[in-house]
Design a protein around this ligand. Structure first.
Ligand code: ADP
Length: 384
């Protein structure tokens, strides 16, 4: 038997074996005393009262239960001067205006591998939708995992409300709704059963109401009793979003939440989150810039492990003014420095759209879209 806490005090006799021989065979208290006297490794496996007994000079009989241990300690401390010191309690709550900051963060997955995150700076706060946008492999998921404390950074700092993440991780997690990229669902459960289960894991009190609410929020009322295995990709994704929203968390982090959603579901999703952001910190990652265009307050553009831009979508669009043009493909045969962002076949030929630092004379200036501005930013970075 290796669970000794219960069995030891109840036993009449105990035999301790080591390497094929019996070290001692006696009453539990005598065995405790024997192990203490011989400073035997086996003590580490003994119940707490015995371990404490082993660490304190005392000729009394070895206590076996917590109650005996308490009596023994009381007797030991009788007539002794006791000084109490205060243990600082952890801060229980995050502030109302949660701020997460990353300062000059570097990270790589393996010792001799290249840096995946390279001097990343980021500040996100409550009240606005923050969308991290960037191509595949630029480090969005890695950044999210670092904020959640799932990966530890090589250098730099991550602060939550001005305190190091290591100190605030628990409070952050207690208020977190998180949708990971590779979210696994239990196929045999129904939507409601699964969310009930997640609500239990989160320790929600009124889980029935909470589950009904999130099902309504993600528009899955018709599927509440359907087994997860019977759902479409988009519906499954909505179940994932629903579990992140359970319990009304103050911090919502969603990694590529729009993957698998059809155009209509995307619109629903945008509306949903434009309403949810006001009172919380919302961070999501996506490689589809359209998904965030109309709703996100703060856009964070990442490229190759760094943040290239943080600001409103309008500010990004402004930065590309005068750098977007359209022209016929035949006009641009030898033009260098143009970054073509779209080609459309028409009856008169191929119409191109491009971004450039200096537009060529043949290009007609065009109003930049968010996508143009994003591509302009990335193309400039590539040149540098
Ligand atoms: P994104 O979310 O922007 O697509 P990731 O953060 O997933 O980017 O990946 C950034 C880089 O880190 C990529 O080059 C990817 O191949 C690499 N990477 C991601 N996860 C791991 C891992 N577990 N081990 C080694 N390399 C990884």
């Amino acid at each position: 038997e290796h669970r000794l806490d219960e069995i030891l005090p109840a036993a009449d006799k105990v035999a301790v074996m080591d390497r094929g021989s019996i070290l001692c065979f006696d009453t539990p208290a005598e065995v405790g005393t024997f192990l203490k006297r011989n400073d035997h490794d086996m003590f580490a496996a003994m119940p707490a009262p015995l371990q404490i007994y082993a660490g304190v000079p005392s000729d009394d009989t070895c206590p076996l239960t917590v109650r005996e241990g308490r009596n023994w300690l009381n007797k030991l401390f009788e007539k002794k001067q006791i000084t109490y010191s205060k243990i600082e309690h952890e801060k229980k709550e995050l502030s109302n205006d949660i701020v997460i900051q990353m300062k000059d963060v570097w990270f790589k997955y393996e010792k001799n591998a290249p840096d995946v995150i390279r001097g990343l700076n980021l500040r996100i706060q409550k009240g606005e939708w923050h969308a991290v946008v960037g191509g595949n492999g630029t480090g969005k998921t890695t950044t999210i995992k670092m904020i959640l404390g799932l990966l530890s950074i090589d250098s730099g700092s991550i602060l939550v409300d001005g305190q190091p993440l290591l100190k605030t991780e628990r409070q952050l997690k207690a208020q977190l709704g998180y949708l990971p990229q590779d979210f696994g669902l239990f196929n045999e459960l129904t939507v409601a059963q699964f969310l009930d289960y997640m609500a239990a894991l989160k320790g929600l009190r009124d889980s029935g109401t909470a589950v009904r609410e999130v099902i309504r929020t993600v528009n899955l009322e018709g599927q509440a009793r359907a087994r997860i295995r019977s759902l479409s990709g988009g519906q499954r994704q909505r179940v994932g979003i629903a579990q992140a929203l359970l319990g009304d968390p103050k911090v919502i982090i969603l990694d590529e939440p729009t993957v698998g959603l059809d155009p209509e579901e995307r619109i629903h999703f945008r509306n949903l989150f434009s309403q949810t952001a006001q009172d919380r910190l919302v961070l999501l990652s996506t490689h589809i810039i359209e998904d965030v265009q109309s709703v996100c307050g703060q856009l964070v553009v990442m490229d190759q492990g760094r943040v290239l831009f943080t600001g409103t979508p309008e500010a990004l669009i402004q930065s590309a003014a005068g750098h977007v043009g359209v022209f016929w493909e035949r006009e641009a045969a030898q033009e260098a420095g143009l970054h073509i962002t779209a080609r459309v076949n028409t009856s008169q030929g191929i119409r191109c759209r491009a971004v450039a630092d200096v537009l060529p004379r043949f290009a007609q200036p065009a109003e930049p879209t968010l996508e143009d501005a994003y591509l302009y930013l990335i193309s400039r970075e590539a040149v540098q």
